[in-house]
Design a protein around this ligand. Structure first.
Ligand code: CMC
Length: 428
């Protein structure tokens, strides 16, 4: 293959180098485009064709349905690893040794205490507040309680900031839920694993002993791993671009949480369950909703379907669908919503509208059904996604800072008014 791409503008030819990734993906390096062409820019709404960075964290092949973290397949990690091991892998690049993992866990635990004044902030939110707004605000508030900025050239400083947020975030998640439910805000038990401790902090009743539920903890571990990173998606790109201005880690993460909230991104898991509920309430007529999704005059979309990158299948959805079946069976839960979901999936996979547009169930289509079986309230689903995505955001922020990437600042093509004279009030 040629090492260059040729671009011709008004008869003038320009050469741009081709760069190849480790999985043989090819990109045209247009870093010098504006300089050599005298200001010609590219336009790519939604960045459908634009690579914003080079990254060694996550590989995704949307055509083949491949997802790997640092080279390890998502299927293998979901089956064999623990969420904290995966977090370590994503952030530092290698699976931890037992010693490294033990230290990581201890350091996270040591940093999990949240300033008591944060309780006052939690208390100030109305119970009706959406948990994503609360958790984004609390993550941002952490900046005020930890004002010294991270020296990214210091390994120790960087590590401390990372274990700090990994320690405090589950506490904030639990407090967000407990405030809504009117339960006392408390801490967990560091002798438990990270996932189980988070679950206990969320659900422990003040008047009852906590008892473990292995099925729930295993399923949660799997779900968090499947959500842990997904290369340059909307929230991750947000974290990287906010961090590129050298705003701190917590501020960058808070921005990422806000980006995740939208129903086209992480908020889809809540939207899917609400959609399935609505179909059930409406008599379970899936065909009616299929027709709505296909009607161009109707804004309704089949939530949990379609993906910007996966044009074959979402490998995470495959694993989650099976996990949903297992969890419901193991917990003895019979959920009519699952039948509606399966019915919709079957219809969509045989419908030319969905087939032609390569719209398949995504990660969020079945995750809500498992969360519901675990007793997690619907408006907390996206918070659970954020809990899973946290290590990915941290890894991407760290990579961006260590690579000393420039501030993110896209160009535009101006299509507004050309210069005109100021119009006095009397003439408007
Ligand atoms: N229901 C009905 N039609 C759809 C859907 C859907 N869920 N998704 C896409 N389409 C149609 C869309 O109308 C368009 O049709 P046409 O070509 O006739 O105009 C075509 O498919 C392409 O859609 P697009 O919006 O240009 O595709 P995109 O890559 O910009 O959007 C998406 C991807 C995920 C935002 C979109 O598929 C969608 O809105 N899905 C529903 C929300 C959802 O489940 N989001 C979760 C994504 S996975 C979790 C995460 O990591 O964020």
């Amino acid at each position: 293959m040629s090492k260059n791409a040729t671009l011709e503008i008004n008869g003038q030819k320009y050469e741009f180098p081709l760069v190849t990734g480790t999985e043989n993906e090819v990109a045209i390096d247009i870093k010098d485009l504006r300089a050599v062409t005298g200001g010609v820019t590219t336009i790519d709404p939604g960045y459908k064709n634009t690579g914003s960075c080079e990254s060694s964290i996550t590989f995704l092949d949307g055509e083949k349905g491949i997802l790997r973290y640092r080279g390890y397949s998502i299927e293998e990690l979901a089956e064999k690893a623990d969420f904290l091991e995966v977090a370590y892998l994503l952030i530092f690049g290698e699976l931890p040794t037992q010693e490294e993992l033990d230290k990581f866990k201890k350091d996270i635990c040591d940093q999990s205490i949240v300033d008591e004044d944060i309780r006052k902030i939690v208390d100030a939110f109305p119970k009706s507040a959406h948990p994503m707004g609360v958790i984004s605000s609390l993550t941002s508030a952490l900046t005020s309680f930890n004002p010294s900025s991270v020296n990214v050239d210091s390994k120790e400083d960087m590590y401390k900031a990372i274990v700090k947020i990994l320690g405090k975030f589950p506490v904030l998640v639990a407090w967000t839920l407990r405030k809504k439910q009117g339960l006392p805000l408390d801490y967990g038990d560091c002798s438990l694993g990270y996932v189980e401790n988070t679950y206990k902090m969320m659900f422990k009743q003040p008047n009852k002993d906590y008892t473990t539920n292995e099925v729930v903890i295993n399923a949660l571990n799997k779900l968090l791993i499947l959500h842990a990173d997904h290369e340059q998606n909307c929230s991750t790109s947000t974290v990287r671009i906010v961090g590129s201005s050298h705003a701190g880690l917590f501020a960058s993460l808070s921005a990422g949480i806000s980006a995740l909230w939208g129903p086209l991104h992480g908020g889809a898991n809540q939207a899917v369950l609400e959609m399935l509920e609505a179909i059930k309430e409406d008599g379970g007529d899936t065909k009616k909703y299929m027709a709505k999704a296909k009607d161009k005059d109707d804004p309704f979309r089949l939530m949990g379907f379609g993906h910007r990158v996966y044009k074959n299948f979402d490998p995470r959805a495959k694993i989650i669908k099976k996990a949903a079946d297992d969890v419901l069976e193991q917990l003895g839960v019979e959920d009519p919503i699952l039948d509606i979901a399966k019915g919709l999936e079957k219809e969509a996979l045989n419908d030319s509208y969905f087939v032609d547009r390569k719209l398949y169930p995504n990660v969020d289509f079945y995750s809500g059904i498992i969360y519901r079986a675990m007793g997690i309230p619907t408006d907390m689903f996206t918070v659970m996604f954020a809990l899973g995505r946290l290590p990915g955001w941290i890894a991407q922020w760290r990579e961006m800072r260590l690579r000393k990437e420039p501030i993110g600042r896209p160009r535009q093509l101006y299509v507004g008014e050309t210069q005109r004279a100021f119009k006095p009030m009397s003439k408007r």
